[in-house]
Every structure is written in structure tokens, then in C-alpha cells.
Design a protein around this ligand. Structure first.
Ligand code: SAH
Length: 520
């Protein structure tokens, strides 16, 4: 057996700690390895968002274990998968929640791997005890309260005669005690602590889904925590933190104090847009569900644009009413072997600051942007300049409002509308969105354009306006500007949040404001 395997090229197994939940808490080394993994074998507690780092061609194998009851795969099967895949010569990442060597059975998996002579490495992770304490505002040690910490499993069978946990020594022997997998046995743990002399007034925190937007935490004392947890309905996965340090939470709770913590927000957007708004909202603590409602694609043969490019010097103005207009205009321009110098002599007007910022990436400053960031605002700003007899080019979406060209033509301008992209509705996460809304847990939906409104509603497929209203009952609606807001009200819904500034930053401020005024 040994002999035969020597000439096989074995793969390598990297046992990696995924961290406690927040995908940002994986190590740099863990991330690098995920980026080149060929097979990833992952658990229930490893945040699936991390799988986005893995190359598309790689194989993902879920072997989730939930509370050690519903094993998707037994430990033997998991070991076998690792062994089999390494015999295929693959780079395997075994991704486990928290740190792989802390109550993760990582040690057992490696023993198997070692037995088979398969090479391996281990990458530690932020263990959930450390993260739960930190994200609940509890320094796990503190000179005034605790000089030692014990990590303990609470999962032991209470009927077992001989416990591996020596509560008699632990109860008063460790300054801070953190119990993993202890929710079910909480009453027994409490009994053990009391029986062995820990002060019943010692503060205790229980933290569920630490470091994620679903984090929930409650605080009590050894005497009260059983009831506090039962009343709050806290279930696994959660950690129990016992010790004087818990009292520091009053001043150090930072994570759950962020302005949008606990708010579930559906952010509608186009599929291509990397959602700046999502990032900003999450930074403030929101739990964002991204909902792509439209797909944007360039027009393959943009005839009007091609004609215009041939006589570009004739235009006095180019108007950009969206980032995508800029993007696809330049893609076509470059494909003709032209570049920014060919715009010499043309003035450029944009609808607002985001489009202006985007234009700057091409080395161009906008000459004009309106005080009000809408099509009407843009048209008016140009009318104020005087447009009679001016040649104006508008690269834009195929389906767009005619208000800008009409207003300009009305004032005697020569307007060339050049469609450069099309928007198509998509319904990728239709089921998920309906289910979320039906569950009544969604706090807000955000819309950043009229088409996101129309397509989101189309995607939900309500049978009647009443059904739509009932799906969105209690859900606040945020619209970036007046045009988007009108589309919302045209659909029989109400706009709750609308920024003064029609930008992503303005939108974020208005959303935060809408919840902070509520707290007062
Ligand atoms: N290796 C993991 C622990 C696995 S044991 C680590 O280092 O964190 C599983 C237990 O870890 C759960 O029952 C729960 O007690 C705890 N746990 C893991 N992730 C958690 C989280 N995000 N929030 C609270 N507890 C968590």
C-alpha cells in the first residue's frame, strides 16, 4: 500500500479556519488559499460568502453539521472525501468555522489524513469565543476582572458518569469561562458552576451568531441566565461567556450599537453594479439582501453612435445621463481606435456627481452638471446656457424617457439620441425575495432608479395591487430621487425615505436618519 502510493501525486489538504461569521475575519493566508482551491469541503458554520473567493471551476462540497444532530455527512464520510480528493491530486481546502483546532474536530480529520500519508497544512482562524466576546463589547481578559480564560465544551452528554470537564476546578479556577455548544445544557452548566462555588451574581452573556448581522446577545447572572435565555428564545449556535468582564459591555458594546444594526434591507440594483450602497449600509450594521432586478448589456451594433462617432467634431455637447451611458460610449469609441482626444472641442454635461466621477476615470472633467440631478434638471441647465442651433449627442439606454431630447429640441437644438445599452429584467432571486417579504422580517427596500422599481414589482408577480401592498406592509421604501419616487407612488405604494441629495451618499444619510429619529 505504502509503496504503491509513493508514485502517486497526492494533493494537499489545507485545514483552514473560516473565522466566526463575518467574512472579513478570515486570515489573509486563508483567503489566498481559497483563491486557488480546487476542492472546498465546508461546514455549516463557515460563512458561505467566503465561497465567492473560490475559482468558479472548483468543486464545492457541503458537509454541514448542525448542532451535531443533522449530520449532512458523518465524520467518517468527511474523512473519506478528503482522502479521495487528495488521491485525485487536488488542492483541497477543508474550511471550518472559527479556528479548526478549537472544538472543530480538525485534529481528528488531520489524524486520518496523516494516516494516509497525505500532505497538509493548517491555517488558524479567529475562534468564535474571541469574536463573540469582542463583538458583544466584552474584553475577554481585563486586569481588574480576569487574568485567565478557559474555553470549555458544553456539549458533553449529561448522563455520562465521568465528565471530561472538571467543573470543580474550573468553576472558580478561571477568571473568564467561555462555553461552546452549551445552550442545550445551560441548566446543567449553571448547576455545576453553583455547586462548585462560583458566585451566583457573576455576570453572564450569551451571544448567538456572533459577528454576523444576525448577532443576538443577552446578559444576566449565573442565577438568572437560564430564564433570560429561555425568554429570549436563544438557540444554537451561541456561546456562553461567564465572568466579571461581562459587566464591561455596558460601556464597550459597539457592534450592536451601529445605527442600522438589525435592520434587514433589500437593495435592488442592476446585476453589473457593484453595490456601493450595500457596502455603505453594511458598514452601518444593516443586513443587506442584494436583489438584482435588471441586467445591462451593450447594443451590439449601435448605428446612431457609430454615425455620430464619424462626425464627432460636429457636436457642441455630449450629454451623459448615466454611468452606463459613459461606459458603453467609451467602449465603442475605443473599439474604433479612437480615444479621449477625439472629444476635443465638445463640451460634456452629466446628470450628477456619480456620473461625473465615473467620467473622470476616462481623464475627462464634466463641463456642466445641474443643481438638480435629474433629466429635467440637466435639460434646464443646458437651456440656461442657450442651445439654439447647437448639436447635441446623448448616448443612453434604449428605453429612456424622452424628456431631455424633447426639451432641448423644443429650444431649437439638433439632438442625436444614440442608444448604447439595453436593460432587461431578470428574476434571479425571485423566490428568496418573496419568501423574505412574506416572513415579515424585512425592514426596508431601496430603489436607485425607476427601472429597479418596475422590475422588482414585476419580479414579485403580485396578483393585485392589494397583494403587493400587503407583501410590502410595514416595509419602508427608500427612493433615490423624485422620478424613482413617482414610479413607486404610481404603483400604489408610499415612499418613506427620499434624500435631499440624489446620490448614494445622500441616500445612506437619509436611511440612517430615518432610523435614528425613530430611536429618539
Ligand atoms: N471551531 C469553532 C467551534 C466549533 S464548535 C470555533 O473556533 O469557533 C461549534 C460551536 O461554536 C457552536 O455550538 C457555538 O457554541 C460556537 N460558535 C461558532 N460560531 C459561532 C458564532 N458565530 N456565534 C456564536 N457561537 C458560535
Amino acid at each position: 500500500m505504502e509503496e504503491k502510493r509513493k508514485d502517486l501525486k497526492l494533493g494537499k489538504v489545507y485545514l483552514i479556519g473560516a473565522g466566526p461569521g463575518d467574512p472579513g475575519l478570515i486570515t489573509v493566508r486563508g483567503k489566498q488559499l481559497l483563491e486557488k482551491a480546487e476542492v472546498v469541503v465546508y461546514d455549516y458554520l463557515a460563512n458561505p460568502k467566503l465561497l465567492k473567493l473560490v475559482p468558479k471551476s472548483s468543486e464545492l462540497i457541503y458537509v454541514g453539521k448542525k448542532g451535531n444532530i443533522h449530520h449532512a455527512h458523518s465524520q467518517e464520510e468527511i474523512n473519506q472525501i478528503l482522502v479521495d480528493k487528495s488521491h485525485e491530486g487536488k488542492l483541497i481546502v477543508r474550511l471550518k468555522g472559527g479556528d479548526p483546532f478549537i472544538f472543530g474536530r480538525g485534529g481528528e480529520e488531520l489524524q486520518e489524513i496523516h494516516k494516509e500519508g497525505i500532505p497538509f497544512e493548517v491555517v488558524p482562524g479567529v475562534t468564535s469565543a474571541s469574536a463573540a466576546a469582542t463583538y458583544a463589547g466584552i474584553p475577554i481578559t481585563h486586569r481588574d476582572f480576569a487574568a485567565s480564560v478557559a474555553f470549555v465544551t458544553g456539549h458533553e452528554d449529561p448522563n455520562k458518569k465521568e465528565s471530561n470537564v472538571d467543573w470543580a476546578k474550573l468553576a472558580t479556577g478561571a477568571g473568564t469561562i467561555v462555553v461552546y455548544m452549551g445552550i442545550k445544557n445551560l441548566p446543567i452548566i449553571v448547576d455545576n458552576l453553583l455547586k462548585h462555588g462560583r458566585d451566583p451574581e457573576t455576570p453572564v452573556a450569551v451571544v448567538r451568531w456572533a459577528s454576523t448581522p444576525e448577532q443576538e446577545s443577552v446578559v444576566g447572572t449565573i442565577a438568572t441566565i437560564k430564564d433570560v435565555v429561555a425568554d429570549a428564545g436563544i438557540k444554537a449556535p451561541a456561546l456562553i461567556i461567564i465572568g466579571g468582564v461581562v459587566s464591561l459591555r455596558d460601556t464597550m458594546d459597539w457592534f450592536e450599537k451601529r445605527p442600522l444594526f438589525g435592520k434587514k434591507i433589500i437593495v435592488t440594483r442592476t446585476r453589473e453594479q457593484a453595490s456601493e450602497l450595500v457596502q455603505e449600509l453594511e458598514e452601518q450594521g444593516a443586513n443587506c439582501l442584494e436583489c438584482a432586478t435588471i441586467k445591462i448589456s451593450p447594443i451590439k451594433e449601435p448605428k446612431e453612435l457609430d454615425n455620430a462617432l464619424e462626425r464627432l467634431q460636429e457636436f457642441h455637447w455630449i450629454l451623459f445621463t448615466s454611468i452606463n451611458g459613459v461606459k458603453y460610449f467609451f467602449e465603442r469609441l475605443f473599439s474604433k481606435g479612437m480615444d479621449a482626444r477625439d472629444l476635443k472641442g465638445c463640451d460634456i454635461a452629466v446628470v450628477g456627481p456619480s456620473t461625473a466621477d465615473y467620467l473622470r476615470k476616462y481623464g475627462l472633467n464634466a463641463d456642466l452638471f445641474p443643481p438638480v440631478f435629474t433629466g429635467e434638471g440637466l435639460a434646464q441647465a443646458l437651456l440656461d446656457q442657450g442651445v439654439e442651433g447647437r448639436n447635441i449627442l446623448i448616448p443612453r439606454a434604449q428605453q429612456a424617457r424622452e424628456i431631455v431630447p424633447e426639451n432641448l429640441r423644443g429650444a431649437g437644438a439638433q439632438v442625436t439620441v444614440a442608444p448604447v445599452y439595453v436593460t432587461k429584467p431578470i428574476a434571479e432571486n425571485k423566490k428568496e425575495m418573496r419568501a423574505e417579504l412574506e416572513s415579515g422580517t424585512v425592514d426596508m427596500v431601496t430603489f436607485t432608479s425607476s427601472s429597479t422599481v418596475t422590475n422588482f414589482i414585476k419580479m414579485l408577480q403580485p396578483e393585485s395591487p392589494e397583494e403587493l401592498a400587503s407583501l410590502l406592509k410595514g416595509v419602508r421604501i427608500a427612493a433615490i430621487g423624485p422620478i424613482t419616487a413617482k414610479t413607486v407612488t404610481d404603483n400604489g405604494l408610499q415612499v418613506d425615505v427620499q434624500p435631499e441629495n440624489y446620490t448614494i451618499a445622500g441616500m445612506l444619510d437619509a436611511i440612517v436618519e430615518s432610523y435614528s429619529s425613530e430611536k429618539k
